[in-house]
Design a protein. Sequence first.
Length: 202
Amino acid sequence: MDLAMFGGIVLAAGASTRLGQPKALVPVEGEPAVARVARVLRDAGCKDIRVVTGSDHERIAAAIPSFAHDAFNAHWSKGQTSSVKRGLADLPPASNFIIWPVDRPAVAPSTVAALLGGPGDIRVPAHGGHRGHPTLFAAALRPEILALGDDQPLHDVLHKRTERVVEVPVADPAVHLNVDTSDDLARLNEHLGRIRRARPLA
């Protein structure tokens, strides 16, 4: 996979009903989750970042950094794959792409670097023997994803030919740290606190 050009699709269209507030706006190290995810992608070399919005569109769009682009999905309630397809529609056909759900906002930059440096047409970070997010796809898989139903899980592409999937080991528990409930948010803040305490003093 030639990674001279790759795009980023940040999934931030859901209603966040269990959390009671938009996941995309949860503070992560002093910035909204959606801004933090976009920044990590940019710093990894991503030149084309699409943030797919839906529910709470105006509030989330206002938090998107200027270097990323809002891709509003009017059909977000039909299923998450509708948002994936909306993001893909704005990326060049030859672009490889990372799909990053905004409910995993604390994934480390080193994890993205590991995905970019690994082999395979589909690269999935794995921590503690379990797969997480985000996931990197080769441009050649675009037609398969676009052919999915709006509520058909993206896992169907991964399971179709398992030999295409490469698990990339990472020392990053945040690949599993999704923010769906207030308890999840507490775990996120505990994780971020541990990272801060582990940083060397300047």
